[in-house]
Design a protein around this ligand. Structure first.
Ligand code: BES
Ligand code: ZN
Length: 639
């Protein structure tokens, strides 16, 4: 892990590092006793010296695809520190100075492909500020630069960042570990007519002008956040309020549709607060990005980033907003200390998401989501190689692995199922009281599985209940313990009856589907057999207009079936879907399905050759692996 080129004084043994011990404010009494695990995905040595605040002054250059400017870091010193180690990847460092303008010595260690390099900086004898003058590389993995043609408006370019899991270091030189929380502020200079938004409070409503004539936007995040939640987007961005403290940012052509799709967001916040305590971040807005955004959503604090593929027109896919909002408690308040416990963020969040949706739409609706989630869990276990695979554990050991590649639906759905199991043993009331206290007690702190379990044993579970739940097996062992509570949905059972009718030969037009929501459709499509004749596919398509569905989830499930059965009438829609959005959850499985046959591989390569430059690195890195895309392929210039 340690770079060999580092000077000797900078080396620390790879011992467990107590991240929480070096946190400053708001320490609960028991924090000191806990030594949190070492983060193998960061070079930082926070026990020696840690970053407490980042002050950015950045100018995006849309012609060269670079961010340029300074990061002014506030440092807190541990015992006898002579240096601080940051994480950097693909950054060009121009100078590093103290607050008085004196140059500070620094050294960039050996670079690893995924982790980047340690940047060791000699600390000034006095003062706790270092100022780094730097620029990002055009290929920075966190940043995507879009041409005007890749936006809805077609006139102005667009850029956005995606930090999770370990990509923030490609645009901000800092200690990029989720256990090292930092406040931040930023000044962003953008061309006239463009707007900058960040995961922080916007200071002032009107942009001012700098001496170069650029519009200046200022931001401040005064809560300590993990660095993966730093986020910036710049483009032709408009705003529509929804409630008093909520609203939507999007391109002007999209913003009204988005505001109507997300009109329930205030109800979601009310439901979440009733269950889990106050929303602590001030405003909650949603930014709808251009279609290349690689995720469904990203829980950037105060400003969820979301894909436009959830704008179905009928509010059928807004549980994604409930999910990202829920991260305001699980993930953003109480944060996985390292990526080994990614499930603490996502599993808890899926559980919260379904509880919020249950408040909003009722139990039958939430149960549909839960059943579909269980199906996702099963697929993830199969893909991991079956229930014996160590990749089906909740607590992982990601040493030497890309955290991004290890983030499967096991963390999401087995994680949620663990809390459902706890609920089935101790009852909802006790789980709710526990979670509310947990978010309050550990607010703004990192969390590990061990620490969570200890707190559960202390506050929620008797030794007999710990046994009955089999906490050990759930969290540390592969597979799914047999005490997982079943989830049943009457609505989806009714769909199963239609699937049976169809399987026994009924024509599509005779099926009773008129009251189906997108979840019933999804369940129906997933339940169809692997092999289907062309005439029956044509019957389904002509009756239900599946190839032209405006619901991205339904279209995706249908296209998987179409590829599996080489149903050519859907291929124009397939190509359109693969070239018009870059959400990895949709794009990766479709290429993977294509890659299973010779004809499909040819088609995949033809489409990918043309489309790869339009995808975010998160998506193209995944598809590269599926298609064995030559690693040496130069990065396309027009990203
Ligand atoms: N935090 C995740 C997105 C993420 C995960 C980014 C791993 C980088 C690495 C976000 O909250 C999420 O889970 N998004 C899901 C949607 C959700 C409804 C399951 C997605 O993007 O599909
Ligand atoms: Zn999530």
């Amino acid at each position: 892990m340690q770079a060999s080129t580092q000077s000797k004084t900078l080396l620390v043994p790879a011992l467990a590092v107590c991240v929480a011990c070096s946190q400053s404010a708001e320490k609960p009494a028991d924090t000191q006793a806990w030594s949190l695990p070492r983060d193998v995905h960061s070079f930082a040595q926070p026990e020696k010296a840690r970053v407490t605040n980042i002050s950015l002054d950045l100018t995006p250059d849309f012609s060269t695809h670079q961010l340029r400017g300074t990061a002014r870091l506030a440092i807190e010193r541990g015992q006898n520190p002579d240096s601080i180690v940051l994480d950097v990847r693909d950054l060009t460092i121009k100078s590093i100075k103290d607050a008085g303008g004196n140059a500070l010595g620094y050294k960039v260690g050996a670079t690893q492909k995924l982790l980047g390099a340690p940047l060791a900086i000699a600390l000034p004898p006095q003062g706790d500020t270092i100022i780094i003058d730097y620029e990002t590389s055009p290929g920075a993995a966190a940043v995507q630069w879009l041409t005007p043609q890749q936006t809805a408006g077609g006139k102005l370019p667009f850029m956005f960042t995606q930090g999770q899991a370990i990509l923030t270091r490609t645009w901000v030189p800092t200690q990029d570990s989720p256990g090292i929380r930092q406040t931040y502020d930023a000044t962003i200079h953008v061309p006239t007519g463009m707007v900058a938004v960040m995961s922080a409070e916007a200071l002032g409503t009107e942009a001012s002008k700098d001496p170069q004539g650029l519009s200046v936007f200022r931001f401040r995040m005064d809560k300590r956040i993990p660095p993966y939640l730093l986020a910036l987007a710049v483009g032709d961005i408009a705003f529509r309020p929804i409630g008093k403290n909520t609203g939507v940012y999007a391109e002007p052509a999209v913003v009204d549709k988005a505001a109507s799709e997300f009109s329930e967001v205030d109800q979601m916040i009310a439901a979440a607060e009733k269950l889990y305590g106050p929303y602590r971040w001030g405003r909650y807005d949603i930014l709808v990005l251009p279609p290349s955004f690689p995720f469904g959503g990203m829980e950037n604090p105060r400003l969820t980033f979301a894909t436009p593929t959830i704008l179905a027109g009928d509010r059928s896919l807004v549980s994604l907003v409930a999910h990202e909002l829920a991260h305001s408690w699980s993930g953003n308040l109480v944060t996985n200390a390292t990526w080994d416990d990614f499930w603490l963020n996502e599993g808890f969040t899926v559980y919260l998401e379904s509880r919020i949706m249950e408040e909003l739409r009722g139990k039958p609706y939430a149960d549909m989501l839960r059943v579909l989630g269980r199906q996702d869990m099963q697929v993830a276990i199969d893909e991991a190689g079956g229930p014996q695979s160590p990749d089906t554990r909740l607590h992982l050991d990601l040493t030497g692995k890309d955290p991004d590649a290890a983030m499967t639906d096991v963390a999401y759905e087995k994680g949620a199922a663990f809390l459902q199991t706890v609920e089935s043993v101790v009852g909802r009331q006790r789980v709710d009281a526990f979670l509310r206290d947990y978010f309050d007690h550990f607010a703004f702190q990192p969390m590990s599985a061990d620490r969570m379990v200890a707190y559960m044993k202390d506050k929620l579970l008797s030794p007999a209940e710990v046994e009955r739940i089999n906490v050990q097996a759930w969290i540390y062992e592969p597979g799914i313990p047999s005490n997982i509570p079943p989830v049943l949905s009457d609505a989806l059972a009714a769909v199963d009856r239609q699937v049976e009718a169809w399987k026994s030969g009924s024509a599509a037009s005779t099926l009773v589907t008129d009251k189906w929501t997108s979840h019933e459709w999804l369940h129906f499509l997933r339940a169809l057999p692997d092999t289907i004749t062309a005439s029956r596919l044509t019957d389904l398509d002509n009756t239900f207009r599946l190839s032209s569905s405006g619901n991205s989830e339904i279209l995706f499930a249908w296209l998987e079936i179409a590829i599996r059965n080489r149903y050519q009438p859907a291929f124009a829609a397939l190509e359109r879907f693969l070239t018009s959005q870059g959400r990895r959850k949709f794009v990766r499985p479709l290429y993977a399905e294509l890659a299973k046959s010779d004809w499909g591989r040819d088609m995949a390569m033809r489409i990918y050759r043309r489309t790869r430059p339009t995808y975010h690195s998160v998506t193209s890195t995944s598809v590269d692996q599926i298609l064995n895309w030559p690693a040496a392929q130069p990065l396309p210039s027009a990203r």
